[in-house]
Design a binder for this molecule. Structure first.
Ligand SMILES: [Zn+2]
Length: 192
């Protein structure tokens, strides 16, 4: 029953009579329990395998350190980042200053590219402004006239409605500005 938990002989022994890497790594990782007893006793008595085990243990320990660093990602990169700029500051402050401004430049570059990408749309909007202003102006004028009538009749709640209607009509103008001749529709809708 115990033999089923151990490494089988063909995995434990190499053809040259020494133990395999499986045995070495198992012992190095603290899992000597799966190593057959005769392989363990060979490790005790064989200088060659003892050396190999030492190397394997070093490797295993180093791998453990690497794993520990990987599981602390916030800690390990900081060590590296702190070391290098500190050395660079002592040697070449100017280049460090250049490096410090680099992210900013990258950000501005990205913003510039974004602005350039949006430029056609912005120019399009600017080109529409005269007709937009004209249409909104007409709508406001119209509403101002009706508001005048409303205020004379002391219907202030209706005036408040007219004020919100201005906002609504402005929204309509903006949404309909792409349709030619929409200002006529708007005048009919807005007329009180
Ligand atoms: Zn050996």
């Amino acid at each position: 029953m115990d033999d089923h938990d151990k490494l089988p002989p063909d995995l434990a022994w190499q053809h040259d009579g020494h133990v395999t890497e499986f045995v070495l790594s198992s012992v190095a990782d603290g899992e000597a329990g799966i190593v057959p007893a005769d392989a363990l006793s060979h490790l005790d008595g064989c200088d060659h395998c003892a050396q190999r085990l030492g190397a394997e243990a070093l490797l295993s320990a180093h791998a453990g350190e690497l794993l520990a660093e990987l599981t602390e990602p916030s800690f390990a990169p900081v060590k590296v980042l702190v070391k290098e700029p500190a050395a660079a500051v002592a040697k070449a402050p100017a280049s460090v200053r250049g490096l410090a401004t680099l992210p900013k430049r990258a950000v501005f570059g990205a913003l510039l590219l974004a602005a350039l990408g949006a430029l056609p749309a912005i120019l399009d909007q600017i080109a529409r402004v005269p007709s937009l202003v004209g249409t909104i102006g007409r709508a406001v004028l119209m509403l101002a006239r009706s508001a005048e009538v409303v205020s004379k009749s002391d219907m202030f709640p209706t005036l408040a409605f007219a004020a919100s209607a201005v906002l609504m009509i402005s929204g309509l103008v903006v949404s309909r500005i792409s349709r030619p001749g929409s200002s006529n529709d708007l005048a009919q809708e807005g007329g009180v």
